[in-house]
Structure formats: structure tokens, C-alpha cells
Design a protein around this ligand. Structure first.
Ligand SMILES: Nc1ncnc2c1ncn2[C@@H]1O[C@H](COP(=O)(O)OP(=O)(O)OP(=O)(O)O)[C@@H](O)[C@H]1O
Ligand SMILES: [Mg+2]
Length: 254
């Protein structure tokens, strides 16, 4: 089985600061992935968000609105720092992992992925290595550079890698309704009425927060692949999701 696991920058970092990692959570999640790997031969592609490594720089240089070379460099450099921490933690925990930086492996057109060097990912998986991707700034044929969220990578990779278990771990128990309760399931149909209750992020975020995430995962659902949004800040939840537990919010086509 192929699993795509996205862990939000809201879990791995202190999103209201600048470049502050939650080292304990990074270590805990590495351990949970190691535990799952020790009892399963599933392939995992890990994608992590940028959190306070990337969002503040991208916002400062208004990278969503205009091209800026310096801002691009600083945003990429920042998110790479977080990526290095995640990789060190994973490899120390015993999961062979290598980085795949979107800046160096894909190309965008108006923010949409038009090319991805997929063979890199496949070759790593063939050798038992977990590819670790992340939200990044990426060259864009139209805009020069665009911000590519970790969430947006999911609908592109899922069908091409034939992923059958997809999850986005964030810092909330799932998608919440107007009363703060977890919505068990969202479909393209039910989304029409729910949309008004789903917002951006409460912290510094240039990629649409929860609404952006749900939109990307609905795109996956439209391709007939369901996914889950769950709370990766809670102990044991990443392991549970990897094992197939029905946790958080299911995003499905019907
Ligand atoms: N209806 C909703 N249900 C749940 N969370 C919501 C809702 N509307 C808005 N949010 C906000 O969305 C946030 C999650 O999105 P956010 O982009 O901040 O996290 P992430 O994707 O995990 O992190 P990153 O973007 O750094 O990878 C929640 O912390 C919450 O503040
Ligand atoms: Mg986000």
C-alpha cells in the first residue's frame, strides 16, 4: 500500500513565532512513523508544511502577489531548515529518509503543478527510502515564482503514485462545524453548505488554512480517492491513522 501523509506546519512548529520548531512533536511523530514501519511494508511519502518556517517570509515579501527574488530565497532557505530537522529526527529514529525539495523537482503554471520529477520519488521508494517533501516556493512559468503548499502536492501525487491512504494531520481534531464539533464526512455535495464555516488559518498562513486544505482534498475525492484530516498534535494519532483508524474528518466523493 502507498500512503501519503501530510503533517502540518501547525504541528511541527509554533506558528505564531518565526522559525520556532516544536522539537518534541517532531521527535514523537518520527517515533510513530518508525513504529508503523516496523510492522508494515507500506510505502510512505511524507509531506510537511512550513509553519513558522516559510509562511512569515512569504507573507513579508508578498510572494502570493508579486515576484521577489530575495523573498524566494529566504522562504526556501527557511523551510529547508525545518526539513533538515525533520529528516534528522526521522533518520535518527531509524527511518531512512531523503529530502525532495519542490523548488528543485517541479514546475508550476499559475500556481498549478505542470511537472514533477516523479521518478526521484519512485526510485527512493524502491530502495526503501521515505521521500520527504514540503511546502515550498517553486518556479512558475507565468508568475515567476509561486508558493506551493504541502496540501496542494497531495492531489497531484495521489493518483500518479496510486496512493490508497491519504491523511493531512493538523492541529485540530478535524474540520469543525459552527458548534466546534468534528464534521465526520465532507463530500463535494455537502461542502456547498459547509463551506461558510471553514476558514483560513488563525496564524500566519499564505496557503488558505483549513479551507485551502479541504479544497485540495476534495480534488483528490473527485478522482475517487478518499482522505482524512486528523489531529497530529495528539499523541498516537499519526500511528493510528497509518494503521487505518477512522479518525477526524473523512473527505470522500460520496
Ligand atoms: N472549520 C474549521 N475547522 C478546523 N480548523 C479551522 C476551521 N476554519 C479555520 N480553521 C483553522 O485552520 C487551521 C489549520 O490550518 P493551517 O494551515 O494553520 O494548518 P496546517 O495546514 O496544519 O499548517 P501548515 O499550513 O503550516 O502546513 C486550524 O488551526 C484553525 O485555526
Ligand atoms: Mg496549511
Amino acid at each position: 500500500m502507498t500512503v501519503i501523509l501530510k503533517i502540518g506546519g501547525s504541528v511541527l512548529t509554533e506558528k505564531n513565532s518565526e522559525e520556532l520548531a516544536r522539537v518534541d512533536d517532531i521527535e514523537r511523530i518520527s517515533q510513530e512513523i518508525t513504529s508503523f514501519k516496523s510492522e508494515s511494508d507500506s510505502d510512505i511519502i511524507l509531506i510537511h508544511g512550513a509553519g513558522s518556517f516559510g509562511h512569515p517570509q512569504a507573507m513579508k515579501y508578498r510572494l502570493n502577489e508579486e515576484f521577489n527574488a530575495e523573498g524566494t530565497y529566504l522562504t526556501h532557505t527557511s523551510v529547508k531548515k525545518l526539513n533538515s530537522m525533520v529528516l534528522e529526527s526521522l533518520n535518527n529514529a531509524g527511518v531512512h529518509s531523503l529530502p525532495v525539495h519542490p523548488l528543485n523537482s517541479c514546475l508550476l503554471e499559475n500556481g498549478k503543478i505542470v511537472y514533477f520529477q516523479l521518478e526521484l520519488i519512485k526510485l527512493m521508494l524502491n530502495r526503501g527510502i521515505m521521500p520527504v517533501l514540503h511546502g515550498d516556493v517553486v518556479m512558475d512559468r507565468v508568475k515567476g515564482v509561486s508558493v506551493l503548499s504541502g496540501d496542494r502536492i497531495i492531489p497531484y501525487l495521489a493518483p500518479l503514485l496510486r496512493a490508497s491512504r491519504i491523511g493531512a494531520g493538523s492541529n485540530v481534531d478535524g474540520v469543525l462545524n459552527e458548534n466546534g464539533n468534528v464534521i465526520k464526512k465532507i463530500t463535494p455535495h455537502s461542502f456547498i453548505n459547509m463551506k461558510k464555516h471553514i476558514k483560513g488559518s488563525s496564524s500566519t498562513d499564505v496557503t488558505g488554512g483549513m479551507l485551502g486544505k479541504v479544497s485540495e482534498l476534495l480534488e483528490v475525492a473527485n478522482k475517487g480517492i478518499s482522505s482524512r484530516i486528523f489531529n497530529a498534535s495528539r499523541k498516537g494519532m499519526v500511528f493510528g491513522f497509518l494503521k487505518g483508524e477512522e479518525t477526524g474528518t473523512l473527505i470522500a466523493d460520496k
